[in-house]
Ligand binder design. Structure first.
Ligand code: SAM
Ligand code: SF4
Length: 463
């Protein structure tokens, strides 16, 4: 049964609990966001909340890509025309100005992430002026102590651009790799030789980027256990500090380009399970720690350190070491989390532009969380980040009697206990090694918005 040291794999249990579920980058999840958001109320509440003193996390969405990867499920605009960026950036500057002027300088930006699309679609002048704009309205740290990261498409990042990003204060990069196999790369329209990635990694290390993440996807056309094993070995050679290994989300009704992939060429579910199982043992044998969900990190990486210290958190960018930040997101489709409010900007570029031009918060939908949401969010975050939970401590923290408040949930945890996925001892819930991979099924027990029989259609499968 057990295939590797930390994360046990039991095929029967994986099959049993491998139903669709949210990835809990927020609770309540985006499915609960409603379009009936009162923008006036949101504006004035945000203005009041801005006077607090929590540190800030900024997210900026740059939606453009020069090429179309057929598998892609991100919010993006594929274009060869570089001049598309300028009108978008003008609105982004406006949004930065509108939001930034609310925040006092004492609110330090501890974390910043530029995602996409492809942030490196921007040319050097645009990167420079975007960061200057941010500096003018937010208090960015200039001592390299912030956690400032940017997503990089190796095909769209010159040496100069990489140097500029480091010079402007970024200290982490995340590289889209997906797979090194040529046949797979051709099938998904993303041909990206390993040499390109290797050069980028060497250069990034040379100019002292502190952490390098790589994204892989399993479930793509023509992948087999053998081809993916080779890709993972090549990745281990490159030695990234962190790795995201995503399960390919195939939703051709929603993402048109995915219809270009031939379903018959996609690996069968049992092949995907084998790929995931091999990947976990390869990475753990190479010294990586399984952080949870789709993430791995070296034990020396801040993500793993933070998990060991019980300080890990989860937000829209995945796992993070910054627990106490308000998340201010700017740009098309981006999601903010400020105090009790979680809200998403317009996902459509034209609508986003119109909303900014109309002088409104460009938000389309969201939710004002209530006390119960906040308690459940904390419970889910605790489990998904740390695989254990102290019920007495949570009772005290939330002024509840945990076993009474969650009486129904405790009942629904019983099958997981009987199957050896978790145990409850001395008022502590502990997820066991065979439950780690299935953590989202366990978290779903605490999700008040899901139907009680769990199986849901609107989310991708766990593995
Ligand atoms: C915005 S992209 C990363 C930056 C840059 N655009 C690139 O591709 O190099 C974010 C990541 O989402 C993942 N991704 C995109 N579409 C996906 C899908 N359908 N299923 C699973 N992961 C996906 C890929 O691993 C990709 O690297
Ligand atoms: S994977 Fe990255 S580069 Fe490819 S289309 Fe999606 S966002 Fe663009």
């Amino acid at each position: 049964m057990s295939h590797s040291s930390q994360t046990a794999w039991d095929n029967a249990l994986v099959q049993k609990y491998n139903y669709s579920g949210p990835r809990y980058t927020s609770y309540p999840t985006a499915v609960q966001f409603s379009e009936g958001l009162d923008l006036e109320e949101l504006s004035s509440s945000i203005e009041a909340l801005a006077k607090g003193d929590r540190p800030l996390s900024l997210y900026l969405h740059i939606p453009f890509c020069a090429h179309l990867c057929y598998y892609c499920a991100c919010n993006k605009v594929v274009t060869k025309r570089h001049d598309k960026a300028a009108p978008y950036l003008a609105r982004l500057y406006q949004e930065i100005e509108d939001k930034g002027r609310l925040y006092e300088s004492k609110r330090m930006v501890e974390q910043m992430h530029w995602g996409g699309g492809t942030p490196t679609f921007l040319n050097e002048d645009e990167i420079h002026s975007l960061i200057n704009h941010l500096r003018a309205y937010f208090n960015l740290l200039d001592n390299d102590h912030g956690d400032y990261s940017v997503e990089i498409d190796p095909r769209e990042c010159t040496r100069q651009k990489l140097h500029l990003l480091r010079y402007e204060g970024f200290n982490r990069i995340s590289i889209g790799v997906q797979d090194f196999d040529e046949k797979v790369q051709k099938a998904v329209n993303r041909v990206q030789p390993i040499k390109l990635v290797e050069d980028l990694v060497n250069r990034a290390r040379h100019i002292k980027f502190k952490s390098i993440n790589m994204d892989l996807i399993y479930g793509l056309p023509f992948q087999t256990a053998a081809t993916f094993e080779k890709t993972v070995n090549q990745i281990i050679e490159l030695s990234p500090d962190r790795l995201s290994v995503f399960n390919y989300a195939h939703l051709p009704e929603r993402f048109k380009s995915q219809r270009r992939l031939n379903p018959e060429e996609l690996p069968a579910p049992e092949v995907k399970l084998e790929i995931m199982q091999n990947t976990i043992s390869q990475l753990e044998d190479a010294g990586y720690v399984y952080i949870g969900m789709d993430h791995f990190a070296k034990p020396t990486d801040e993500l793993a350190i933070s998990q060991r210290q019980g300080q890990l958190h989860r937000n829209f960018q995945g796992y993070t070491t910054h627990k106490d930040c308000d998340l201010i997101a700017m740009g098309v489709s981006s999601i903010s989390h400020i105090g009790p409010y979680i809200f998403q900007n317009h996902p459509n570029l034209d609508n986003y532009i119109k909303a900014v031009d109309a002088g409104k918060i460009p938000a389309l939908k969201g939710i004002k969380t209530n006390k119960d949401d906040q308690i459940r969010s904390d419970i889910i975050t605790q489990l998904i980040c740390h695989f254990e939970l102290d019920m007495d401590q949570k009772s005290k923290q939330h002024k509840i009697d945990f076993s009474q408040y969650f009486a129904d949930e405790m009942e629904r945890l019983k099958p997981f206990i009987e199957d050896g996925l978790l145990k409850i001892k001395n008022n502590r819930i502990e997820v066991l090694s065979s439950g780690r991979l299935l953590i989202r099924s366990i978290c779903m027990v605490f999700d008040a918005y899901l139907p009680k029989d769990s199986e849901t259609k609107s989310f991708s499968r766990i593995i």
